[in-house]
Ligand binder design. Sequence first.
Ligand code: SF4
Length: 371
Amino acid sequence: MKIAVPRMGNLSLIIRDLAWRLGLETVETPVFSEETMEIGSALAPEFACLPLKAVLGSFVQVLELGADTLVTGGGHGPCRFGYYGEIQRRILEREGKSFRMVVLEPPSVGIKAFHDSLRSLLPREHVRLGVLLNELARTMSKVVVFDKLEKRAMALRGLETEPGATDEALAEAQGIVSGAYTRKEIEVARLEAEERMRQVPVDNARPYLRVGLVGEIFVVLEPFFNFDIEHWMGRRGVVVERAVNIADTVVPMGRNPVFGYTEQAVAQAAEPYLSHEVGGDGLLTVGASVIFARRGFDAIVHFLPFTCMPEVIAKGVLSRVAAELDVPILSLSIDEQTGRAGVETRLEALLDLAWSKRKFVRGLAESRARA
Ligand code: SF4
């Protein structure tokens, strides 16, 4: 059995770690490219949202690389994602591909459902729930460390004094954590990795903007689709924080250890604007935008795949959030036709606006102090 899973941020790190622990053979899914999108767009229904087309394209590519078992996520709630595994299976079979599709329910939905869906992939000695939970808990704790390191990198990149120093430190820190197996080794590796990140030289006196990233998980996490916004912002001296993280999605009970606000806290923040679940990451988009605004962020970028229903609802609500909490929010709708130049021009305008607002507010405070 040669297993492949779709790419999505640090998901590949989770899979690699789990495969190592459970003795599974995996085939690395290629990074997203123009070619992936051409394949996916040709096979998928035109009205389907971007993740379906992108994952479909990458499944074709990874089957050609020798994978025979495709693993994808299930879903629940009012979003089409839960149907995508089945749709992709039918399309690929129609194209004459030979493979097995396994749809995994996320652990956050329930460990039993997750275990049932994972069972068919596991070697006999790991089928027992206790063994699996033990290994899963270790992988989860590593993923939280990976995501926290990324969060740190986004905070440092805009302030680094040596271009590339943050990325170099991040790669080393990830390498340190990757090799850890037991809980104790993971904890030692975490401390060592955090120390490596502290060595990045930064200029704390340099003025900088803070920008929050919200939106649909796939587009927010995959640099090919968000035009590598984290590095783009970092090169312009912007400190970035993401509301969406793989660890927060897979760690059960809505604790969101990386974003730092529980699902309950997010729902409470969103309440005045959106008081119920709309599927996907819609509620998180609204709640996190409110949280970023209250924390004094200078701007928010909202990514939504074209035709994504949950994010379209969130977009409608965000205009009120922006007006009432006085924070600029830029919503970017992304599909296979979206061009880099158009996105970058709008991002540049957003940063100009945020700097002007900062100067205006400071000028106002100074004139009040003089009066
Ligand atoms: S959240 Fe939006 S983009 Fe993601 S699968 Fe659901 S409808 Fe599609």
